[in-house]
Design a protein around this ligand. Structure first.
Ligand SMILES: Nc1ncnc2c1ncn2[C@@H]1O[C@H](COP(=O)(O)OP(=O)(O)O)[C@@H](O)[C@H]1O
Ligand SMILES: O=C(OP(=O)(O)O)[C@H](O)COP(=O)(O)O
Length: 404
């Protein structure tokens, strides 16, 4: 069954419509540094505003732990949204309290408000379905209908993604429709060679998808934070680099299975190692199987794939017909550690078939490095969500909208 569309919700003029967006954008000192996910939300928001709906936007930002935390406030995001819409956007300083109720009550037809970060409330991410439902019920008092458009979060069974869509009449927005259309092409019959490139820092989330990707892909290139768990699994030292020590056996299992299936898992042969996590940290290129300790007893920190690896990855990406890439190859936010990410991004622009970059930080990375969305086959707003979609997994945030 296909996703329910906004049309299925009937006439929305004068009705309160809650829109679940993924406005989880990078911020530095309270300033939005990449507004890609806000821009991606505009088509649905504009469509609803033009129909005269009263639009109530909800989103998470970062991973606060169920309590207010000013560092993760959506206020700067509401400000940027207002600039992009060219219209005022009301902001509520809580999510289901008095400020939210006031903001929603004050909405005119065609007006819009953003409520504070959903994850300031423990019910949003609770493991307990009853707690999630109670939070969804509180949110539901602000809407007559709900549009789900936060593609980046459809793999999360969270109150605003799942229970809320069951509680109110609900439908998918145009971003979710567009994302599923493209990713479907990668799941059904990807043209081969099909390569997946993995990196980033959400290592434990992403190691899990490898088991399901192995039967589907021809090549898996491993960079970013997760490469060190692979190196450690092969018995190499990784200094103070990111490491999931309890995943070593699992990773050894992946390496054995890949060999059996004839899938190439390509690991870095060199790594850029820094003395500390800082833009100006002294650094050097080291062999991946012999990462040296840092000076004065300090352990070295692997912050990027090395130039030899970057060239190899670029060659393997550019010679593939279908590529999905999630997760920067290194700490691209620091220019000294952006080389691997730049090389893979450039190679992805040369893919003859479909080259997709997915993930909040990955999309931000390619834009920060000077690429535009038009340079790629598709830029997805979801990293983990795309990966789980490509695994063929049933995603709660899509199933609840009628997807099968
Ligand atoms: N070797 C590394 N060590 C620490 N962090 C890394 C490393 N490589 C990449 N990163 C970080 O990974 C982050 C992005 O990871 P992630 O959130 O998983 O990607 P996405 O949002 O695209 O799914 C970036 O902020 C980047 O600095
Ligand atoms: O940034 C996100 O995912 P991504 O890093 O996988 O692209 C989404 O906003 C989901 O956030 P979460 O991984 O904290 O649930």
């Amino acid at each position: 069954m296909a996703l329910r569309t906004i049309e299925s919700l009937g006439d929305l003029s004068g009705r309160r419509v809650i829109v679940r967006c993924d406005l989880n954008v990078p911020l530095t000192d309270g300033v939005v540094t990449d507004d890609g996910r806000i821009r991606a939300s505009l088509p649905t928001l504009n469509a609803l505003l033009h129909r005269g709906a009263k639009v109530v936007v909800i989103s998470h930002l970062g991973r606060p732990e169920g309590a207010p935390d000013e560092r993760y406030s959506l206020r700067p995001v509401a400000q940027r949204l207002s600039e992009l819409l060219g219209a005022p956007v009301a902001f509520a300083s809580d999510t289901v309290g008095a400020s939210a109720a006031d903001a929603v009550r004050g909405l005119a037809d065609g007006g819009i408000a953003v409520l504070e970060n959903l994850r300031f409330n423990p019910g949003e991410t609770s493991k307990d379905a009853a707690e999630r439902q109670a939070f969804a019920d509180a949110l539901a008092t602000f809407g007559d209908a709900m549009v789900s458009d936060g593609f980046g979060v459809v793999h999360r069974k969270q109150a605003s993604v799942y229970e809320l869509a069951q509680t109110l009449p609900s439908a998918a927005g145009s971003l979710i429709s567009a994302e599923t259309d493209v990713l479907d092409r990668l799941t059904e019959r990807p043209e081969r060679p099909y390569t997946v490139v993995l990196g980033g820092s959400k290592v434990s989330d992403k190691l899990g998808v490898i088991a399901h990707l192995l039967p589907r892909v021809d090549r898996l290139l491993i960079g970013g934070g997760m490469l060190f768990t692979f190196l450690a699994a092969q018995g190499h030292k990784v200094g103070a680099s990111l490491l999931e020590a309890d995943q070593l056996d699992t990773v050894r299992g992946y390496l054995a299975e890949a060999e059996q299936r004839g899938v190439q898992i390509v690991l870095p042969t060199d790594v850029v190692v820094a003395e500390r996590f800082a833009a100006d940290a002294p650094h050097s290129v080291q062999r991946a199987d012999a990462l040296e300790e840092g000076p004065a007893g300090a352990s070295g920190l692997g912050l990027d794939i090395g130039p030899e690896t970057a060239a190899r990855f670029a060659e393997l990406v550019a010679s593939s017909t279908t590529v999905f890439w999630n997760g920067p190859m290194g700490v691209f936010e620091f220019p000294a550690f952006a080389g691997g990410t730049r090389a893979v991004a450039e190679a992805l622009t040369r893919v003859s078939g479909l080259g997709v970059v997915g993930g909040g930080d990955s999309a931000a990375a390619v834009r920060a490095l000077g690429f535009t969305d038009d340079d790629f086959g598709h830029v997805s707003t979801g990293g983990g969500a795309s990966l789980e979609f490509l695994e063929g997994k049933k995603l709660p945030g899509l199933e609840v909208l009628g997807w099968q």
